[in-house]
Ligand binder design. Structure first.
Ligand code: ADP
Length: 270
């Protein structure tokens, strides 16, 4: 066992230790095995993160570089081509920005230091502000967009930017996974001690077996349904942000009939 732990320290792979012998030795072997399993999963996560990062950074940077080269090569003389290339560059930069937000969220998870800057927020105004850019994004993707708010949303205390990031991750997924011609519907309301926002889409849906796993960092759905962007962090970050507020995220989805993600925000009426 000492030998195995030593090899672990020097970075060698070790096999599962037999959990036999005196009780104390069995318990120690069990703990060493658990430690090895944990180290393995951390190592896998690290590799996945690096592979995803290379992919996620490479694609938009390549697209931006091609657009710059086209502009330098004379495309800037054609007004409509110039506008198209600039618009393309803008959306790639936005994508990089979202990636950076994901990485910042991952950093918070790793260092465990999610600090909320709570303030008094009028949820109705906050929701309208948060939804505006996403309505635009949905329209650009050819998706129908509808917002229904039941009654008046309360005024409460929360970190508006963090909560907007959580809701944004749900909206970003709905837009990303729903094919052109589909629809996104946002519904919101409040009961005595919580407000809720549901993001409903007419996309591919999520099989029941995957519904809990999608909140695990780096988990991405099966490749045939998978959109070739994102690192599998959006939902895990959204859940962390909402949990830090004392809230929760629920998923209700039927394959081929769409998904609905509901974000519950506890409200202290100010
Ligand atoms: P990413 O979108 O980067 O893959 P997320 O953590 O945001 O990572 O989502 C994890 C997985 O959950 C996705 O890969 C996808 O399979 C599934 N998923 C999330 N939102 C939706 C949705 N609205 N419709 C269908 N599948 C979804």
């Amino acid at each position: 066992m000492t030998d195995a732990v030593h090899r672990l320290i020097t970075g060698e792979q070790i096999e599962v230790l037999p959990e036999t012998g005196p009780k104390e030795a069995q318990a120690l072997a069990q703990e060493v095995n658990a430690l090895v399993a944990r180290l393995r999963s951390l190592e896998q996560a690290r590799r996945k993160l690096l592979a995803n990062l290379v992919h996620e950074l490479g694609r938009p940077l390549g697209a931006i570089l091609s657009a710059i080269q086209a502009l330098l090569g004379g495309a800037d003389q054609d007004a409509s081509l110039r506008t198209d290339l600039l618009a393309g560059m803008e959306s790639e930069v936005r994508r990089l920005h979202r990636l950076l937000d994901d990485l910042a969220g991952l950093h918070d998870q790793v260092v465990g230091g999610l600090e909320l800057a709570r303030e008094t927020v009028d949820l109705g105004a906050w929701l309208a502000d948060t939804l505006a850019p996403w309505r635009q994004a949905a329209h650009e993707r050819g998706l129908d967009w509808k917002v229904t708010v039941s009654g008046t949303l309360p005024i409460t205390t929360l970190d508006p930017d963090r909560m907007a990031q959580a809701l944004g991750n749900l909206l970003s997924n709905a837009i990303k996974y729903t094919p052109r011609g589909g629809s996104i519907s946002v519904e919101a309301g409040a009961d005595a001690d919580a407000a809720w926002v549901t993001v409903r889409d007419s996309g591919p849906g999520i099989p029941p077996t995957e519904q809990e796993r999608i909140f695990t960092p780096f988990y991405r759905g099966q490749s045939d349904r998978r959109f070739p962007q994102g690192m599998g962090l959006g939902l895990s970050i959204a859940r962390d942000l909402v949990t830090a507020h004392g809230g929760r995220i629920e998923v209700d989805s039927t394959p081929s009939r769409g998904s609905a993600f509901t974000l519950w925000i506890p409200t202290e009426r100010a």
